[in-house]
Design a protein around this ligand. Structure first.
Ligand SMILES: Cc1cc2nc3c(=O)[nH]c(=O)nc-3n(C[C@H](O)[C@H](O)[C@H](O)COP(=O)(O)OP(=O)(O)OC[C@H]3O[C@@H](n4cnc5c(N)ncnc54)[C@H](O)[C@@H]3O)c2cc1C
Length: 214
């Protein structure tokens, strides 16, 4: 595994839109998996577990990484409720948080941070609801407003990026340039964590500038 302990997201063509991942764990273990849009899985009749094992066993640049590796558990899967569109998140006497509210980032597949944020916002609003003894849909609607105000910009951007990876020629062009350009390598590495850097990928000028880069 990577000496620095980096997580690895491997953007292979057959998983688009999606990726194959290797996340280092303590004691030489790793969390290995793959994700793909459900729509594509059904359209292309993909057996994701089979494809994951096939990648590990037969793709030369991946399989050499797994020489001597031992599968620790059975492979399990689950659907990720992606935040690709706005939904109603509360009503009379209830508030939905985390996966129940479909808050997962549609580009990175990360759902832990939005789940924690939604829990925090919900707790504050529930506190106010108890003080006012008002648990109506109208009162609790402030949860939807506050949460989407904090997250919707980033979620939209991630949704657009997810669409971008459906054009492999454009993705290959960017990655090809990055292999020769340290600054761009840094930008791409950071885009999974930094929303401002991610914004560059939706700006046509970014690609135009790339055309003239070595
Ligand atoms: C394979 C996979 C990989 C992922 N990788 C990442 C990642 O790398 N980074 C990331 O940020 N996110 C990742 N996610 C998404 C992330 O796991 C979820 O978005 C996040 O855990 C959602 O948190 P939650 O609290 O809403 O729901 P959960 O973590 O699902 O928690 C819900 C809990 O409620 C319990 N429960 C259910 N029904 C009942 C009941 N009736 N009574 C009592 N308890 C009940 C469940 O057992 C569970 O413990 C991944 C998801 C999957 C499936």
């Amino acid at each position: 595994m990577n000496k620095e302990g980096y997580i690895e997201l491997i953007l292979k063509k057959n998983y688009q839109p999606g990726y194959f991942w290797i996340f280092p764990l303590p004691d030489g273990k790793a969390n290995v998996g793959a994700g793909m849009l459900t729509k594509e899985i059904s359209k292309r009749r993909v057996d994701l577990k089979k494809m994951l094992m096939d990648t590990i066993e037969n793709e030369p640049e991946i399989s050499r990484r797994f020489e001597g590796a031992i599968l620790q558990d059975k492979i399990q899967g689950w659907g990720l409720p992606l935040g690709s569109k706005k939904r109603k998140l509360s009503g009379d006497n209830f508030i939905l948080c985390g996966d129940a509210a479909s808050l997962i980032d549609p580009f990175t597949g990360e759902g832990i941070a939005p789940a924690m944020l939604s829990g925090k916002i919900a707790a504050n609003i529930v506190k106010k609801a108890i003080e006012k003894n008002d648990f109506s849909a109208t009162f609790l609607n402030q949860y939807d407003n506050e949460l989407y105000k904090k997250t919707w910009g980033e979620t939209r951007l991630s949704y657009m990026l997810q669409k971008l990876t459906q054009w492999p020629w454009l993705f290959n062009f960017v990655v090809g340039k990055a292999s020769r350009n340290k600054e761009l390598q840094k930008t791409i590495t950071s885009m999974f964590a930094d929303v401002d850097i991610r914004k560059q990928f939706t700006n046509p000028m970014f690609y135009l500038r790339l055309l003239f880069k070595g």
